[in-house]
Design a protein around this ligand. Structure first.
Ligand code: PXP
Length: 254
């Protein structure tokens, strides 16, 4: 492995949305995403991520209330830029809010936010959340124009969409990885705290974790799926191990 400056610990945010997806399939209380959040923290998560969608297909309003009550680690609330979500975020005041694009029919967040094309619309939400002391993050594709736009909006954090990198194979994946590397470098040079996430798995995480500018990865679907086979704590523990290994200097591993 080529080692650059991997000294800073890479934070793991565990996204618990799909525990709620399973719960909602039966319309009962089990399995409880808040209980999953507690287990995730025990297993090495540094934070919990939850996406309150407009259609409430997984996480519900009560989950956000319970999470803000009981969590001892930062909550990263993912929301669309709407007045309803702004009101909810201001009421619960999570540690962070990641603004994501949201389309009703999509299965998951398909692409990044158009921070460049929607400056005027987004500015209001970034400002209001920031004024309330919430750390605002913008979920964007790894593109210079989007990073410039995020900087211009005054959001302190951006999260790079890794979905395309995970979906591609071979050379095309390597090219997308290079775009994420370049975007991480460029974003950090603008003074942005750089995060990444979407679609990451045991197979895809290491090259992303090796990018020295990244401070946090947010991972959900793969971990919840893997938990069916090995349990949540084992799955998160293994992800934590792979991330730490990717960050350790070569000499520590010798
Ligand atoms: N980061 C953001 C901004 C997301 O919207 C999601 C999915 O909700 C994730 C990370 C986690 O993606 P996945 O569930 O594919 O790991």
């Amino acid at each position: 492995m080529t080692s650059t400056n991997h000294s800073k610990k890479l934070r793991l945010g565990v996204n618990i949305d799909h525990v709620a997806t399973i719960r909602n399939a039966r319309g009962i209380r089990h399995p409880d995403p808040v209980r999953a959040a507690g287990l995730a923290v025990r297993a090495g998560a540094d934070g919990i991520t939850a996406h309150l969608r407009e259609d409430r297909r997984h996480i519900a309003d009560e989950d956000i209330a319970s999470l803000t009550d009981v969590l001892a680690v930062p909550l990263n609330l993912e929301v669309a830029a709407t007045d309803e979500m702004l009101e909810i975020a201001l009421r619960h005041k999570p540690h962070a809010c990641c603004i994501v694009p949201e389309k009703r029919q999509e299965l998951t967040t398909e692409g990044g936010l158009d921070a460049a094309g929607q400056h005027n619309r987004l500015k209001h939400y970034v400002d209001e959340l920031g004024r309330a002391g919430i750390r605002v993050s913008l979920f964007i594709d790894p593109e210079k124009t989007q990073l410039d736009a995020a900087r211009a909006l005054g959001a302190p954090v951006t999260e790079l969409h890794t979905g395309k990198y995970c979906d591609l194979v071979g050379e095309a994946r390597q090219e997308e990885l290079e775009r994420i590397r370049e975007a991480s470098r460029y974003g950090a040079s603008l003074g942005l705290e750089m995060h990444a996430g979407h679609g990451l798995s045991f197979e895809t995480v290491a090259p992303i974790a090796q990018i020295p500018e990244l401070a946090e990865l947010n991972i959900g679907h793969f971990l919840i799926g893997e938990a069916i086979f090995h349990g949540l704590e084992v799955s998160i523990g293994e992800m934590r191990r792979l991330m730490d290994e990717a960050r350790s200097p070569d000499e520590e591993k010798a």
